[in-house]
Design a protein around this ligand. Structure first.
Ligand code: SF4
Ligand code: SF4
Length: 986
């Protein structure tokens, strides 16, 4: 019989320890007691998991013949609950004594040093139970040290299954189960594999859940982790991806180093972390940190790359690169076991080669030189001769100051950052379509969606914690439709998987919309009142019946029809997309289709519906909001709008801002090649590896008259610098960061900068003052307040009201509210308030496979690495798990080329060649291959094309034609030359 709404909201009244309380029906005794401030001890229970009631530690007296497990027993009307009594204490003490008898003694087992509290030992202390030393200690279940980051001590396991539920129910990784019988029962990874050999992704959620010393973090620094009570806790935010998970670093102040990281509660991460957040923070303590300003020596001109080239592992071998040692199989680090801590991670800039070309300088000398040279170039070449690349890794305050410096100091809008390389086309389409570049709802809103389309994103690798929300939503009934050329992990968690051919997204979504219109599953009211240009859209998609879409995309027409029906019939749906949509020459058209698909079905502006481009870097949303882009001032106010220009002239107290849009990243590189842009300031960007067709980038960087690079490491780009300024890492400063959900969070200082490295905003201010801008900011807080005053969407936010979880913008009342989840409930941000539907015709990619270059190359990221690897490849754990570049190939393709897994292949495009190991993988469809772009020694962007989307100006990282052959064979006629320079080089 169905339960009525009244029954569902009914309450029950009971007494707990004599206190009368009323709770919602269904509340467990444990939860009711906790709400009253009464702690009932538990071992198997954790509020984040469904209760199982197996450890019996939480038993309470409810007046029946037996004690009841309070974590699973629901409150009942009139119930009288006693949580403590001599009998209950005796029961708990006996249980603890029994468990303790089988534990390795604290002092006997150094692995008992845990990164969390050992709850069993704490409970024993609380109950006054000591280890019964006269009993034989059980043993024989063994230990497992195969993971680079986690120790497994089966003898300390009490089989509470918290790790199982953490892995399955929270992270959705489904790695841990149980094996064995009786006393031999133990937790098992996959099919009882070693943890390091299993499908474990090292998220550490099981460690965070374990109440004993069975699963513990290995020390990253080779020094035992001290007890938590001896460490400083700093609440901050993960420095990697746009999810922006909240975490706490536990800092050993005696050693000046982070000991470990732990997730903490925040609505967008719920204490979860991925491998990068939990184990990837030691880069900040790398001995390779820059600690002094450096000036290029006179004898090191003319400029060019100073260290070993980026062609591949054969080249790395010749240069004694450590990464190849692993590839040769000497230590096992290449296969994820990471048994040894290598002195030098593979594939990074060789400091011994590069540093001799620079001399140390004082900050005074270096900053004077920067200001003088940029001013000279500006005086001679005018505003067009200067450009700045900021970084989405920098804070909002740094982004704001940097664009203000370039705009007010050099009177140019030539300021951009890596948003150009990730979601520029999405933002272009969103502005055109709905008048806002930000997400219309949060990823957590998927819990309210009946269906979600996840497309062009390997979410478990690139936004791992967001993907855990997706997996959880699916377990709770949300249908997941996954559309992507690669069958990566998201495909395993989808109800419907459409493996389309690369570059055919427009045809696929036009086919879906065709079918939705044919079946009359559109939302007529929404179309009539909230959109414009529907007729033109309908006319365009009319020529994409599913059969035609199948011909173009390779997705069966029936599957396209199924997607259309599921989406069209759903009460609410969200589309999440990543760079598989945006990084195409048709990226804006791809995003236009997604906007149209949501709009014609009324799936924007209500709970569980909307548009969510998953933003890549931790502050790409904020850096864009702050105007670190050539066409907009802060808050996306148009740079070429006279009224906006005058507004900023008034706000900033100057009179000659540039009235034109500036150049984008790729246009700046092109301009530098032609002698237009001659002086550049790069703050935390490494275009030498991150930009497409890096032969061209190399020439452009060499051609610059003056380049100042501000960074934490000697990057490939710094090799072309005239001056290198040692910056502070994320850990060493305070500032705000805006995640993909529009959540503005405060990151706090954890460590001191090394040597003479300085906080970035102060360096930017020093340069500003040397060119006469007269800035007097005293703190990031002060910059934030100015920034908010010119950024209406951040209105009301302040350092004082962001709190520990940050706040979503827009936020009318941050003191009381987390902020706006669903936007555009009434109208869109366009001039007329309507969603502008823009039809798109499918166009093929710019460089199609042919007889010479028969494969399609797709590039992207790995779970363990970030961007150009300058941070993650200096993180012990991340480099140990994923130390080498690989080209992922379909088994049939590898077989046809005579290549086996692990063998070296040469991959060539019209622009260059690289050599790297083959990874035979069913993830790729036949005819396609994938190379992550983090690896300098096999730089994928030597191969990519610099063709760009005409609207977003984003390069086509996801599609170019390549040839694959066994490495070591001589290049064939027409192949790229072995020095990496191709026919269109320059
Ligand atoms: S580290 Fe993460 S993926 Fe691996 S077993 Fe633990 S919870 Fe599962
Ligand atoms: S999901 Fe992103 S923000 Fe969260 S821990 Fe991983 S890298 Fe950090």
């Amino acid at each position: 019989m169905a339960i009525s709404a009244e029954e569902r909201t009914a309450t029950v009244t009971l007494t707990i320890d004599g206190r009368e309380i009323t709770v919602a029906d269904g509340t467990t005794i444990w939860a009711a007691a906790k709400a009253e401030g009464i702690d009932i001890p538990v071992l198997c229970h954790d509020e984040r998991f469904d209760p199982v009631g197996v450890c019996r530690m939480c038993v309470v007296d409810v007046g029946g013949p037996a004690f009841a497990a309070s974590c699973v027993r629901a409150c009942e009307n009139g119930m009288k609950v006693q949580t403590t009594s001599p009998e209950l204490d005796r029961s708990r003490s006996t249980l603890v004594e029994l468990l303790l008898a089988d534990q390795p003694a604290r002092e006997r087992d150094p692995k008992q040093v845990t990164t969390g509290d050992n709850e069993l030992l704490a409970l024993a202390d609380q109950l006054g139970v000591t280890w019964p030393g006269d009993l034989a200690v059980g043993s024989g279940r063994g230990s497992d040290a195969s993971s680079p980051v986690i120790s497994v001590n089966h003898d300390a396991c009490i089989l509470c299954d918290r790790c199982v539920r953490a892995c399955d129910d929270i992270q959705g990784n489904d790695v841990i189960g149980r094996s064995g019988k009786g006393y031999g029962t133990r937790i098992a990874f996959d099919l009882n594999d070693l943890m390091g050999d299993s499908s474990c992704v090292s998220c550490g959620e099981c460690v965070a859940a374990c109440p004993t010393g069975a699963l513990t973090n290995k020390p990253i620094h080779d020094v035992p982790i001290r007890p938590r009570t001896e460490l400083d806790a700093v609440d901050t935010v993960c420095p990697y991806c746009g999810v922006g998970c909240a975490l706490t670093y536990y800092v050993d102040r005696d050693r000046g180093a982070i000991a470990y990281a732990e997730g903490r509660e925040q609505p967008g991460s719920h204490s979860r972390l991925c491998v990068k957040g939990r184990y990837g923070w030691d880069y900040a303590a790398s001995p390779q940190r820059l600690t002094m300003p450096l000036i290029r020596r006179e004898e090191s001109y003319p400029k060019g790359p100073l260290s070993a080239d980026v062609r591949g592992e054969m080249a790395a071998a010749r240069n004694g690169d450590a990464g190849l040692d692993d590839a040769a199989g000497n230590g096992g680090a290449n296969n994820g076991k990471g048994k040894s801590k290598r002195k030098k991670p593979g594939g990074l800039v060789d400091y011994a080669e590069v540093l001799p070309h620079f001399r140390e300088a004082t900050w005074e000398e270096a900053l004077d030189l920067v200001a003088r040279r940029l001013t000279e170039i500006h005086a001679i070449g005018g505003p067009a001769a200067i450009a700045g690349f900021g970084s989405a890794k920098c804070s909002n305050e740094e982004a704001y100051l940097f664009q203000k410096l370039i705009r007010t100091g050099f009177h140019t809008n030539n300021v951009d950052h890596c948003t150009r390389l990730c979601h520029a086309s999405s933002v272009a389409a969103l502005f055109e379509g709905i008048g806002s570049g930000a997400v219309s709802t949060t990823y957590g809103d998927i819990v309210n969606a009946e269906v979600a389309i996840v497309t062009g994103t390997n979410t478990p690798a690139n936004h791992p914690v967001a993907s855990s929300f997706f997996k959880q939503a699916r377990r709770n009934g949300t249908t997941i439709i996954y559309v992507d050329p690669r069958a990566d992990k998201m495909a395993d968690h989808a109800d419907v998987f459409c493996q389309l051919k690369p570059g055919t997204d427009v045809a696929f979504y036009n086919g879906v919309m065709h079918e939705i219109i044919r079946l009359d599953l559109v939302d007529h009211d929404f179309i009539a009142t909230r959109t414009s240009n529907y007729e033109a859209l309908a006319e365009t998609v009319a020529s994409y019946p599913p059969e035609r879409a199948e011909q173009i995309t390779g997705v069966p027409a029936e599957l396209i029809r199924r997607v259309a029906r599921i989406w069209g019939e759903a009460r609410a749906g969200i589309i999440f997309w990543g760079m598989g949509i945006s990084q195409h020459t048709t990226g804006t058209d791809n995003a236009r289709c997604l906007i149209a698909l949501c709009s014609i079905t009324g799936n924007v502006g209500k709970q569980g519906s909307g548009l969510h481009p998953l933003r890549g870097q931790n502050n790409v949303q904020g850096a864009s909001d702050m105007g670190l882009i050539p066409m907009y001032y802060p808050n996306y106010q148009k740079a070429d709008d006279v009224a906006v220009k005058e507004r900023f002239e008034a706000a900033w107290g100057i009179s000659d801002l540039d009235p034109k849009r500036g150049l984008t990243v790729t246009e700046i590189i092109g301009s530098a090649l032609k002698g237009g842009v001659r002086g550049m300031y790069m703050l935390g960007e490494n275009p030498f590896l991150s930009d497409p067709n890096i032969n061209k980038v190399r020439k452009a960087l060499s051609a610059l008259e003056f380049l100042v690079v501000q960074d934490i490491f000697l990057t490939e780009t710094a090799e072309f610098a005239d001056v290198i300024l040692p910056a502070s890492s994320y850990m060493e400063k305070e500032g705000t960061f805006t995640n993909t959900d529009r959540r503005v969070q405060l990151s706090r200082k954890v460590l001191d900068p090394p040597g003479r490295a300085r906080v970035d905003w102060e360096v930017v201010q020093d340069i500003a003052n040397r060119i006469g801008l007269g800035w007097h900011y005293e703190s990031p807080r002060e910059i934030f307040d100015e920034m908010v005053s010119v950024t209406p969407s951040y209105k009301n936010l302040s350092y004082d009201n962001l709190g520990l979880s940050g706040k979503l913008y827009p936020n009318p009342d941050p003191e009381r509210s987390d902020g706006t989840v669903v936007m555009f409930g009434e109208k869109f941000n366009t001039d007329d308030g309507l969603a502008h539907l823009v039809p798109a015709e499918w166009l093929p990619a710019k460089e199609l496979p042919d007889a010479d270059y028969p494969f399609v190359l797709n590039t992207g990221r790995l779970l363990e690495h970030w961007h150009t690897g300058s941070m993650t490849r200096r993180s012990y754990a991340l480099d140990a798990i994923a130390p080498r570049a690989q080209v992922y190939m379909h088994p049939a393709d590898a077989a046809s080329l005579g290549l086996a897994d692990g063998e070296l292949a040469r991959v060539s495009s019209r622009r260059g060649s690289i050599e790297l190991a083959v990874k035979v993988s069913h993830t790729e469809a036949a005819g396609n291959c994938f190379i992550p772009f983090h690896f300098r020694e096999a730089a994928a962007n030597l191969l990519t094309t610099d063709e760009i989307d005409p609207f977003g100006k984003i390069p086509e990282f996801k599609f170019c034609a390549v040839r694959i052959e066994r490495a070591g064979r001589p290049a064939q006629a027409g192949a790229a030359s072995t020095d990496g320079a191709g026919p269109d080089d320059g």
